[in-house]
Design a binder for this molecule. Structure first.
Ligand SMILES: [Cu+2]
Length: 196
C-alpha cells in the first residue's frame, strides 16, 4: 500500500518536472503579452511632419463660428464665462467689412487692445482703457487678434474675422510664437483660430 502511494507521488512529481521543462513558464497568453511590441512606431514622410521630442498635446478643435448677423456686435470682458476665466465673450466672432465691435467692460480691470503683427496689413490698431468700453470699426478684411493687457499671460485674447481670413497664415505663425508667453490656457488661441 505504502509502495503504491509512493509510486503515485513519484509519477506526479515526474509529470510536474516534465511540464516545467516542456514549455516556458506562464501561459501562451502571458508569453504573447511579454513579446508584443511596445506601442506602435510611426515614421514621418518628411522632416516637416516629424513631431518634436516634447510633442505638444493635440489642440481640441472648437466648433466653427458662423457670420454674426447685423453690423454691430458686442463682446463682453469677463472675469469668468462659459469658456473659462479671464475671457472675452464671445471670444471668436466673424463679422463683415465695415462692422463695429463694442467691447463691454462688464467686469472691471479688463481692456481690449489689438496685438501688433496680428491684425491685417494697413488695419487700424486700438487700445482701450482699463474698465472702459471701447468700440472698434473694422474696415480691413482679415483676422484680428486682440488681448486684455493685464491678463494676456492668462491667454485673455480674442479673435475677430472680418470678411475672408486673408492673413491667416501670418496669424497662425504669430500665434505659435505668442503661445510661449501664456502661463495658463496655453491652447486657447489655437482653439479660437480653429473655430474660423
Ligand atoms: Cu482682463
Amino acid at each position: 500500500m505504502r509502495r503504491l502511494v509512493f509510486s503515485v507521488s513519484g509519477l506526479a512529481l515526474a509529470l510536474v518536472v516534465f511540464t516545467v521543462n516542456a514549455v516556458p513558464p506562464g501561459t501562451n497568453a502571458e508569453i504573447r503579452e511579454r513579446l508584443k511590441p511596445f506601442g506602435t512606431v510611426k515614421r514621418s514622410l518628411s522632416k516637416e511632419t516629424e513631431p518634436s521630442v516634447a510633442a505638444a498635446p493635440v489642440v481640441v478643435q472648437m466648433e466653427k463660428v458662423s457670420l454674426s448677423e447685423g453690423s454691430e456686435h458686442e463682446v463682453k470682458m469677463l472675469n469668468s464665462g462659459p469658456g473659462g476665466s479671464m475671457i472675452f465673450e464671445p471670444a471668436v466672432i466673424k463679422v463683415s467689412v465695415g462692422d463695429t465691435v463694442h467691447f463691454k467692460a462688464t467686469d472691471l480691470a479688463h481692456n481690449s487692445a489689438s496685438i501688433a503683427g496680428m491684425i491685417p496689413d494697413g488695419a487700424d490698431s486700438w487700445a482701450g482703457q482699463l474698465s472702459q468700453d471701447i468700440s472698434v470699426t473694422l474696415d480691413k478684411e482679415g483676422v484680428y487678434v486682440y488681448q486684455c493687457d493685464p491678463h494676456v499671460v492668462m491667454a485673455m485674447v480674442g479673435v475677430i474675422q472680418v470678411g475672408d481670413p486673408v492673413n491667416m497664415s501670418e496669424i497662425e505663425e504669430a500665434a505659435q510664437n505668442m503661445k510661449a508667453s501664456f502661463a495658463m490656457n496655453t491652447q486657447r488661441l489655437e482653439q479660437y483660430l480653429s473655430a474660423l
